[in-house]
Design a protein around this ligand. Structure first.
Ligand code: NIG
Ligand code: FE
Length: 426
């Protein structure tokens, strides 16, 4: 028998009833289409996973950085929890002020989202409230929402601007986003942290002061906002839609953004077939999101260009429109991510468990596909899949702990928060 190897570790997590993850390489002792490991142990060093195995089976000898210090390794007892990767929510608009419940109820009475946008309500109602709020108020409300996001199992969240629509307020919102918590450049290891990925969405709606001269608003984005915000934002997004920006306007904005070093995202084909998905493929965007009206040819172009398809079932739920069939995307070989689209108009929900459940009940996804879409493919939609999104040696240790007996309860037991906590050990 070989003597045990020695591995440097700062934290060892024990008493994990089931470790459940999607993985590139099979984990020894795990089985099934999802990798499921019973009685698992995870060792972590400086926030990265260094060993995964089963309690007592070929365990290495874990040593602390300083071998003199017998307390050098933190032991975490998972108390028999089921563990998955923390959710990666790759699409939210969680910095805003005000409330849109009135529109929610108007829509129930038959007014459509598109009609409200065309009347200058919708996004512009939230813009008005956001412009009137102080930076402090925006930060406090965003922090409260972020705490709720985390309590529902999310460890990385993308956050967009798009309710300022002036250089000044867009910049305020970007400052707020960057102040929220650890940003994407930093490695997470504090116990109450969440990774925030900033996105600039100046092209969300044409603000009222540019009505009738939309060209000048696009000029402002391209010539002033994009160059000024490069260091505050990782992605540039656009709302490519009849009531928002045309394909030509979006192409101009995204082309400049790409030259400046932003990565790209597109709100595409949500309300009408508008060419957004095709544009995302043409420009090599990281993801195209919504896609309710994307054609088969658009999807093929996206697959060829490696664009992640992000589906947002919270919008279908809120707008009471048909859910996109996930099978259509999966069967064509696309990478599919699920996200909340947390925003005050079309999806007032910060809970990724809800998206996972809707995808399984209404969009034709299996548990394996829905977990893939909410973890590793969320990470892919942020181009962070080599660092997060699965529980594997070499990745950051960012976990969701579930208060369930068996992982088959995920998607089945619905409408309650099954997350006990998230865990990001040093
Ligand atoms: O992703 N579609 C555009 N933007 C958001 C909605 C924003 C709003 O209505 O405030 C979305 O659905
Ligand atoms: Fe959105």
């Amino acid at each position: 028998q070989k003597p045990p190897t020695t591995i440097l570790a700062s934290t060892v997590i024990r008493n994990i009833k089931q470790l459940v993850t999607v993985a590139q390489a099979p984990i020894e002792g795990a089985s099934g289409p999802l990798q499921v490991l019973e009685q698992a142990v995870i060792a972590v060093h400086k926030g990265s996973i260094v060993w995964i195995g089963q309690e007592g089976v070929n365990e290495p000898h874990f040593v602390a950085d300083n071998p003199e210090d017998s307390n050098g390794i933190t032991l975490i007892d998972a108390r028999g929890a089921v563990i998955t990767p923390g959710f990666v929510d790759s699409h939210t608009h969680l910095v805003f002020a005000g409330d849109r419940s009135e529109e929610f109820h108007l829509r129930r009475a038959g007014v459509s989202y598109g009609e409200l946008l065309a009347q200058g309500r919708g996004i512009l109602t939230t813009m008005q409230a956001t412009r009137e709020a102080s930076e402090e108020e925006l930060q406090q409300s965003a922090l409260a929402r972020l705490a709720s996001v985390r309590q529902h199992g999310t460890t990385t969240v993308e956050v967009k601007t798009g309710y300022g629509l002036s250089k000044e307020t867009e910049e305020t919102c970007l400052r707020v986003i960057n102040s929220l918590n650890a940003t994407w450049q930093e490695s997470l290891s504090s116990l109450d942290s969440i990774r925030v990925v900033p996105t600039f969405l100046g092209a969300h709606s044409v603000p009222p002061e540019y009505r009738g001269q939309r060209q000048r608003y696009v000029d402002l984005i391209v010539e002033e906002m994009l160059p000024a915000f490069v260091h505050l934002s990782r992605f540039c997004d656009v709302f490519c839609e009849r009531e928002a920006f045309t394909v030509e306007e979006c192409r101009r904005i995204l082309t400049r953004a790409k030259e400046l070093g932003y990565q790209l995202k597109v709100h595409a084909d949500q309300l009408t077939p508008g060419g957004g998905a095709r544009l995302a493929a043409e420009l090599g965007a990281t993801s195209a999101d919504h896609l309710d009206f994307a054609t088969d040819e658009d999807l093929d172009a996206m697959r060829e260009a490696g664009v992640v398809a992000t589906l947002l079932p919270g919008c279908s739920y809120t707008l009471r429109t048909p859910y996109p069939s996930a099978r259509r995307f999966l069967d064509r070989g696309l990478h599919v991510a699920l996200a909340t689209d947390f925003n005050p108009g079309t999806s007032y929900c910060e809970n990724m468990q809800m998206m996972l459940g809707l995808a399984m009940s209404a969009m034709g996804m299996s548990l394996e596909e829905a977990l893939t879409a909410t973890t590793i493919n969320g990470a892919r939609a942020l181009a962070l899949h080599d660092q997060i999104g699965s529980i594997e040696v070499g990745k950051r240790c960012e976990l969701a702990l579930w208060s369930i007996q068996d992982y088959h309860e995920i998607g089945y037991h619905f409408g309650v928060n099954l997350i006990h906590s998230v865990l990001m050990p040093k």
